[in-house]
Design a protein around this ligand. Structure first.
Ligand code: UDP
Length: 458
């Protein structure tokens, strides 16, 4: 971990208020940011929805303020439903948040509050805070390239890249290299309205705030960060990868099965494939079967996360009959893994991922090359960068078929090609260490962020 640097919150503005979007990929970076700011002397107050509420017992040093969100029932499964769920959740929270924020301000006295850091998807909370005189910063948990893509979304419609036409999938988006049409954030035709709304709100939340915090780092996205600094009037703080600055905050919504770490100890360096598709992405029963038999046929040792609810339309996550017997000696299946530690384990030599931004940066930071199977949202764009820009992985292809899965795993884990990607990933790991180390770009960006937070006027 990087050393903590000298700037600490002193004096009056010592409270920082946080509001994460209640999804795993958004909660983790926000809690890492909380850990970092707490270590620099800020008192942390976390506003949170009832949906996916954090466990206060795991963070006794923070204050938690629950905000009723007006939603009920289980978490949405289909990604289309996640978009509408976020819109409903933010609408439901707005008035209760305003009340709770007003009460907190009265209690703390407003001049002791530095700012609210809200996930950029929480525009109503940003507006409520501003109307009560609280300065805001927006946290974007995706890449800088994704942020630029959000800003460009209206242009993508104006120029006819969106809505996507099947015949144009491989067309280059010349305004946003290296994206092709297939790498853009798209959802089914019925959802353009909701997705456009979600994206437009996130851009507004960034623009009306006093700055945007990005979980990325200069060595990874220099050109994209320069573009954002040119296009946005607000300061851009590239403080990532946040998980390298702050101790594991234990913000996991599911219990992490740590037994796989011990299991990994028995394997030689870079020999094991880690397979996980994050907290939301789902697969069909057929894809699960092809994945399973492809893994089995590759002969490569593996740790595979088969999350509850990961297989569409099936309550039980049943692996194909005979799979366990065929792979018992060289594989483990867990419901949820301590992912950062797994990726950091010397035995892990490849990551088959859906390319959520957290998973992508966690892999890069451990020098682990990737087999990419992006599913939705920014994941296609992230996979494009992995394959085409950083050249630390490649896409497994749209159609999962056991033969091609087997070949892809071998290419990553045992071929010269994969070894070259591993070597390049090792260089990125080193670049990430330089950015987070003393005097590195992210290290300095954190100092700038704190100085900025202390100077904000309400
Ligand atoms: N994660 C984990 N255990 C797992 C799978 C994922 O702790 O078995 C964590 C992972 O380290 C990452 C987050 O969950 O921080 C997933 O975020 P990401 O942006 O990669 O994908 P999302 O879940 O948002 O699609």
């Amino acid at each position: 971990a990087a050393e903590t640097n000298a700037i600490h919150a002193v004096g009056r503005r010592r409270h920082v208020l946080l509001f994460p979007l209640p999804y795993q990929g958004h909660i983790n970076p926000m809690f890492r940011l909380a850990g970092l700011l707490h270590a620099r002397g800020f008192a942390i107050t976390v506003f949170h929805t009832h949906f996916n509420a954090p466990d206060p017992v795991r963070h006794p040093e923070y204050r938690f303020v629950p905000v009723p969100d007006g939603t009920s029932g289980p978490a949405p499964v289909a990604i289309e439903d996640v978009v509408t769920h976020i819109l409903a959740l933010t609408a439901g929270c707005e008035a209760p948040f305003r009340d709770r924020l007003a009460a907190v301000l009265e209690e703390y006295s407003s001049d002791t509050v530095a700012c609210l850091i809200a996930d950029a998807h929480l525009l109503p909370m940003v507006e409520a805070a501003k109307s009560l005189g609280v300065p805001t910063l927006a946290l974007r948990t995706g890449s800088a390239a994704c942020c630029a893509c959000f800003i460009a979304y209206p242009m993508l419609f104006d120029k006819g890249y969106l809505p996507v036409k099947e015949s144009r999938l491989d067309m280059a988006v010349s305004e946003l290299p290296p994206y092709r049409v297939r790498d853009l954030i798209v959802l089914g035709d019925d959802n353009h309205g909701a997705v456009r709304e979600l994206i437009a709100r996130a851009v507004t939340a960034v623009k009306v705030s006093s700055g945007v915090i990005l979980n990325t780092f200069e060595a990874l996205e220099r050109r994209e960060l320069e573009g954002l600094r040119r296009d946005l009037a607000v300061p851009v703080f590239d403080v990532g990868p946040l998980h390298k600055f702050s101790p594991a905050g234990d913000s996991s919504l599911l219990r992490q099965d740590r037994s796989c770490l011990e299991w990994l100890d028995a394997w030689p360096p870079a020999s094991v494939l880690y397979v996980s598709f994050g907290s939301i992405a789902c697969m069909s029963p057929r894809d699960l079967e092809e994945t399973a038999w492809g893994i089995a046929a590759s002969g490569v040792p593996f740790v595979w996360v088969v999350r509850p609810g990961m297989v569409r339309g099936s309550a039980r996550q049943e692996l194909p009959e005979g799979f366990e017997a065929a792979t018992r000696a060289r594989g483990v299946v867990v419901a949820w893994a301590p992912q950062e530690e797994v990726l950091g384990h010397a035995a892990v030599g490849g990551f088959w991922t859906h390319n959520g931004w957290n998973s992508t940066t966690e892999s890069v930071c451990e020098g682990v090359p990737m087999l990419c199977r992006p599913c939705f949202g920014d994941q296609m764009g992230n996979a494009r960068y992995v394959e085409h820009v950083w050249r630390v992985g490649f896409e497994v292809g749209d159609e999962l078929e056991r033969g091609s899965v087997e070949a892809a795993i071998r290419r990553l884990m045992t071929d010269k090609d994969g070894a070259e990607m591993r070597a390049r990933a090792g260089e990125l790991k080193k670049a990430a260490e330089d950015c987070t180390g003393k005097g590195g770009s992210s290290y300095l960006a954190i100092d700038k962020l704190i100085t900025h937070m202390m100077s904000l006027k309400n």
